[in-house]
Write a protein that binds this ligand. Structure first.
Ligand SMILES: *Cc1c(COP(=O)(O)O)cnc(C)c1O
Length: 435
């Protein structure tokens, strides 16, 4: 039976009159794949339901936060309990300290942390701190890495920006863009060359330790340690943007997995348990430069608000359960293997490239290997769009962009996995038409 879409289409038309493009974040508008997005009514566990009553197995997971699945009971209970006591005071609370302690215990390189309300704010603030501490203005960022929408980072940014074909945005001052030096991901020699050409000018190397905003791209052997060594040589700070990888690829983040310590780390998504929270943290001697102790200013009316802190704390408690990441890895591995087999059955096994890091994965419609934005961006957009729409029609909800990750949650069941692989069979057959 064909999927019903009338109510979503009407609602989206109404939305488009009062919300720009009908959305509050661009990728949601389906610009890259065409069509109108399902308008969501509710979600529970691994499933998301639109206002026409269609239910999908969800691999968007709110673009990262929903690692426990949607409306996880411990999180819902914690939020309910918190809001009864008021949702913001503009004053210190004990629950902020509890979540901060959990973050410091989880991530080895973090001695002190500050909470903000989004990933964008976290990275923007961490970079300001790095500039303030080093007295330098320039930063190095990788082409295709996304660090939020602050001015300095909207230069060759991935995901939403890449999808729209606007690697940089009007409205970004030339000065802000000029201070951002670009290099391909995994290009260590490129970073070295920039640091040598700009001696004592680069405040920080900013990188996603596993890239999750140009699809999924893994760091090559020695890449992250190489960045660490180059930063040490040039007195430059190393910032890992773990907004998507933090608490997803392991409880200690990508830095725990690869054993490389950055000076500063940014967090978001999972840390707020599906509420708006970001964080940045790192070495105490660096963090102590932040107001009110130091001179680098940073503030937020809703930062550390108790309902969001409660959601984050309840989420992290679930992640510490024995075997949590082992099970997530097993389910993610089954999905990837099953989908790869489905692509082979559809006759395009050697024409697609699967990249996976734990519970984040991606299928590129190019033989690969995909190791940077240049190799990611040659993925066939028509094949991707056909695959995307076939998955949606079959009841599998993926991010409507080649450059977003497919994210697995703890709520995905064996039945979901089986259903997804079946759907993928049909979706790869649809994609094969364009390859
Ligand atoms: C999502 C993301 C951001 C931005 O976070 P927002 O909460 O959307 O502002 C920054 N960096 C990375 C790596 C991300 O994945």
């Amino acid at each position: 039976m064909a999927r019903r879409t009338e109510k979503s289409e009407t609602a989206f038309a109404h939305a488009s009159k009062v919300l720009v493009g009908g959305v509050n974040s661009p990728v949601r508008a389906f610009a890259a794949v065409g069509g109108t997005p399902p308008v969501i009514a509710k979600a529970k566990g691994s499933q998301i339901t639109d206002i026409d009553g269609n239910t999908y197995v969800d691999y968007v997971c709110g673009y990262g936060p929903a690692i426990l699945g949607h409306a996880s009971e411990p999180v819902v209970t914690a939020i309910n309990k918190a809001v009864r006591n008021g949702t913001t005071y503009g004053a210190p609370t004990e629950i902020e300290t509890k979540l901060a302690s959990a973050v410091v215990a989880a991530i080895e390189s973090i001695d002190q942390v500050r909470f903000v309300s989004s990933g964008t704010e976290a990275v923007m603030s961490a970079v300001r701190l790095a500039r303030g501490v080093t007295g330098r203005d320039k930063i190095i960022k990788c082409i295709g890495c996304y660090h939020g929408h602050a001015d300095s980072f909207l230069v060759a940014a991935g995901s939403g920006a890449a999808t729209l074909g606007t690697p940089s945005s009007p409205g970004v001052p030339a000065g802000a863009a000029a201070a951002t030096l670009l290099v391909e991901y995994n290009d260590l020699a490129g970073v070295q060359a920039i640091l040598e050409e700009n001696p004592t000018e680069v405040a920080a190397v900013l990188v996603e330790p596993i890239a999750g905003n140009m699809g999924v791209v893994l760091p090559g052997p020695g890449y992250l340690q190489g960045l660490r060594d180059l930063c040490d040589t040039h007195d430059t700070l190393l910032i890992f943007d773990e907004v998507i990888t933090g608490f997803r690829v392991g409880y200690g983040g990508a830095q725990g997995l690869y054993g490389v310590r950055p000076d500063l780390t940014t967090l978001g998504k999972i840390i707020g348990g599906c509420m708006p929270v970001g964080a940045f943290g790192g070495r105490a001697d660096i963090m102590q430069n932040l107001a009110p102790i130091g001179d680098v200013y940073q503030a937020g009316t809703l930062s550390g608000n108790p309902a969001a802190m409660a959601a984050g704390l309840a989420t992290l408690a679930e992640l510490r359960e024995e075997g949590f990441y082992e099970r997530l890895e097993a389910v993610s591995g089954e999905i990837a293997a099953g989908m790869q087999a489905a692509a082979t059955d559809a006759g395009i096994g050697s024409k697609v490239c699967f990249n996976r890091a734990g519970a984040m994965m991606c299928c590129f419609f190019t033989p690969g290997p995909v190791t940077d934005f240049a190799s990611a961006s040659v993925s066939n957009p028509k094949a991707h769009a056909a695959y995307f729409h076939a998955m949606l029609d079959a009841g599998v909800y993926l991010a409507p962009s080649q450059f977003e990750a497919m994210l697995v949650s703890a709520a995905h069941t064996d039945a979901d996995v089986e259903f997804t692989i079946q759907a993928a069979g049909r979706a790869f057959a649809a994609a094969a038409e364009f390859m």
